[in-house]
Design a protein around this ligand. Structure first.
Ligand code: 13P
Ligand code: ZN
Length: 280
């Protein structure tokens, strides 16, 4: 397989994520909606004779498109060295209900168990902005830890994470969506996650991990890194005190909007009646 820019970047994000400690064993998965040039560049390696298989959901707006996706049970640690074993390129059928593997997973296997969530996310993201092509899922320690102590509400999670670093609301102005614990790997959790991705770039699965999206690999990785870094600061703050002595206020956040060209929804900028972290 030719080492195209896409393949290099796909491998790199997997290695970078592994080096952050976000991908124990086979934890996490990654998908990329390929553009025509990227498909043409690799088409000579495709085998279109594969068997059509059910996705487990319907993604009509992705019909006939090609996706680069990590395999189920594959380790991010190995993606760079064992690309053909760990990753596949698949095509979505005309009716949006099936896929077939056209490249990769040379030793057998199937695409990530989170394929329904990835494809449903990529579908709503394409509708939102056709340049958003990447969905990335990992298991970052601090973000997961917070899901045990913060109320699982979008407003509270967003506000507490925003408060940890000034640039957070500039990087993810639409905030964070949080989902209560659910069985992973199926359509149901995919529906919930794609509801969030209709407008937000970050979704947290309680006691499991995080999903982010992006237009390119640097931006996608950078978003994951930013949320997880803020979560780490919050874990440190919480380990010192249940209350903050100083913080960024709702009015401070409002002042960021004009100079940085972002609009922040007022639902995240509630006046706090309590100093306790996680209370409104
Ligand atoms: P897969 O190995 O099937 O991608 O599953 C890993 C994971 O993180 C499930 O949420
Ligand atoms: Zn997971």
């Amino acid at each position: 397989m030719k080492e195209t820019k896409l393949i290099k970047e796909f491998k790199k994000i997997c290695t970078d994520g592994y080096n952050q400690g976000w991908h124990e064993r086979n934890g996490g998965n990654l998908s990329y909606r390929m553009n025509d040039d990227e498909v043409n560049e690799l088409k000579e390696y495709f085998n279109e004779d594969g068997k059509w298989q059910d996705i487990g959901t319907e993604v009509k707006d992705l019909a006939n498109e090609y996706f680069m996706v990590t395999g189920s049970g594959k380790y991010f640690k190995n993606v760079s060295d064992e690309f053909e074993d760990a990753v596949c390129i698949l095509k979505v059928s005309e009716d949006g209900k099936q896929y077939k593997i056209v490249y990769g997973l040379v030793n057998g296997g199937r695409p990530t168990s989170e394929l329904p969530t990835h494809l449903m996310n990529l579908e709503v993201l394409k509708q939102r902005d056709k340049d958003i092509r990447i969905v990335y899922h990992c298991h970052p320690v601090n973000t997961i830890a917070l899901t045990f102590v913060l109320p699982l509400e979008d407003e509270i999670f967003t506000r507490e994470i925003w408060e940890m670093m000034t640039e957070c609301p500039i990087i993810f102005p639409k905030g964070i969506g949080v989902i209560n614990w659910m069985v992973p790997g199926g359509r149901e959790i995919g529906v919930k996650t794609s509801e969030i991705m209709k407008e937000k770039d970050v979704a947290i699965w309680a006691h499991h991990g995080m999903f982010v999206c992006g237009k390119n690999f640097d931006e996608t990785f950078g978003l994951m890194y930013t949320v997880e870094k803020s979560a780490e600061i919050l874990v440190k703050v919480l380990s010192m005190s249940k209350e903050k002595l100083n913080t960024i206020t709702a009015d401070d956040f409002r002042k960021l909007q004009e100079p940085f060209g972002v609009t922040l929804e007022e639902k995240y900028l509630y006046e706090k009646k309590s100093k306790k972290i996680g209370e409104k």
